[in-house]
Ligand binder design. Sequence first.
Ligand SMILES: [Ca+2]
Length: 277
Amino acid sequence: MNSRIRNQESGIRNLILVLFALCSQLSAKIPEPDAIFFGNVKHNGGVLLVPANSGDFIVVAKLNGVTIAQTSLNALSSQFVLKVPVDDGQEPRLAGMARGNERVRVYLRRTSDNLEVETNESSGSNGLLIPAERGALTEMVSGLSVSTDFGGMAPGYAPFSTWAEGFGIMAYPGSTDSDGDGQTNLQEFVAGTDPTSGGDTFHILEVRRVNGVSSIKFGPAMLSREYSLYCSPDLSGSSWVKIGTIRPNSAAAFQWFDHITPDGTPHLFYKLSVDVR
Ligand SMILES: [Ca+2]
């Protein structure tokens, strides 16, 4: 009898120990959560930073001067995803992790010469805030920008400062409209037009319609730019439909884009936009 009770007690203790061991194992397997910052990196004048090669630029997060996270930008992409490991708040504190309500400083580093510049979002507020709530996954959209004009662009991409210098307008910020044509210097940089000539603006140059095909002429067609073409039966603003994306393989004074016009359409309006890629 006594022996049976002892056996039962021992069995329960073993079960508790097994459960405890299982719990320890489970808790040990749960990874620490990350605070995830993602968005685009922009540099001088708010222009997207477009690296020519993967690894040319690295986004670095530091806590008290120590790097705790980093991610490199891919070739021809300004997008970043930065995962900052977050401590559970319990003692002992784990090394290399941020805690809720702490601020991490975020820098952009050019790997060719290790030039490191703190991002505007970081320096303005003494760092990016780690949320107090420690979720399994915390995501924050947070674009990053640096005031510096980094080089290292995609082939055919002239940095804004180099471009502005060529026109003698480097003393003006991108938001200035030096020639008063309604398009800012930054917009003219993206479009590839002359910022000192009021007659040179970004617009569709010509539209022809022959046998159900509309041909839209635009220019200049620039490398490292992406052109988006839209059409609409009216100018209501709500009915624009994107009909094409153009990424020129070579720079040219102009380029044509053909659009098969839907039957029974008496007329169509076209709209063109350009962005750095
Ligand atoms: Ca202008």
